[in-house]
Design a protein around this ligand. Structure first.
Ligand code: BG6
Ligand code: MG
Length: 211
């Protein structure tokens, strides 16, 4: 019996994964480093600094330069986020969250992003979830399960009682490692450990009702 659903944010609740891509692409182009959407998929669920290492692909820079690059990417990203409004939340997402709650199931966000609360404020969803666990709460980002374990603790549920909805391969790894039930959407559907794959968020309702 599923008692909680933990949603990833970027690429699950919102299309902010596209903004991450655009911001990394701008930095990579400036540094004349090849970067495409395939490489971008490797950054899904991974922390900002670990993402930067993947973007740099072993090229040598000082720690100061790396910190500047990460700040530059985040500035570009935040400029894109600041244009977001409640209209950026799809009807499918809104209706699904409402339907999940109406079944008495708890909801939480489990995201590696330190911008999670800023984003949720922008789109008017800061009070939508029973708990939020994000990049500010953890030491290790996905594929470590820490962020999901924090989220589960905040909704007083054990991992096996919770679905984790993820678009990141690292997120499915994290959910599996933590003992959660991993549901894959988007790029993560290719992960063999997904309990189920979905095309749109509302597909979780059928899975919840079947389980
Ligand atoms: C995750 C994204 O949600 O957050 C990653 O999938 C991103 O691509 C990570 O690197 C950290 O985000 P932020 O907003 O703290 O730079
Ligand atoms: Mg994601």
């Amino acid at each position: 019996m599923i008692k909680g659903v933990i949603f990833d944010l970027d690429g699950v609740i919102l299309s902010t994964d596209e903004y991450h891509y655009q911001a990394w692409k701008k930095l990579a182009d400036r540094l004349k480093i090849p970067f495409d959407r395939e490489k971008n998929n490797l950054l899904r669920g991974v922390s900002r600094m670990e993402s930067l290492e993947i973007v740099l692909g072993g090229r040598k820079f000082s720690d100061e330069q790396k910190a500047e690059f990460a700040a530059e990417k985040n500035e570009t990203y935040r400029a894109l986020l600041s244009e977001m409004t409640p209209d950026d939340v799809s009807d499918d997402v809104r209706n699904t969250i409402k339907a999940v709650k109406s079944r008495g199931i708890k909801t939480a966000i489990g995201s590696s992003s330190k911008n999670t609360k800023f984003i949720l404020e922008r789109v008017g969803m800061i009070d939508e979830f029973d708990a939020i666990a994000d990049g500010n709460d953890i030491k290790k980002s996905k594929p470590d399960p820490e962020v999901f374990l924090v989220a589960a603790e905040r909704i007083n549920l054990s991992p096996s009682e919770c679905f984790v909805i993820e678009d990141a391969l690292a997120g499915i790894d994290a959910a599996s490692a933590g003992g959660f039930v991993p549901i894959a959407i988007g790029d993560a559907v290719k992960h063999p450990a997904a309990f189920k794959t979905i095309k749109r968020l509302s597909d979780i309702l059928t899975i919840i009702d079947d389980k």
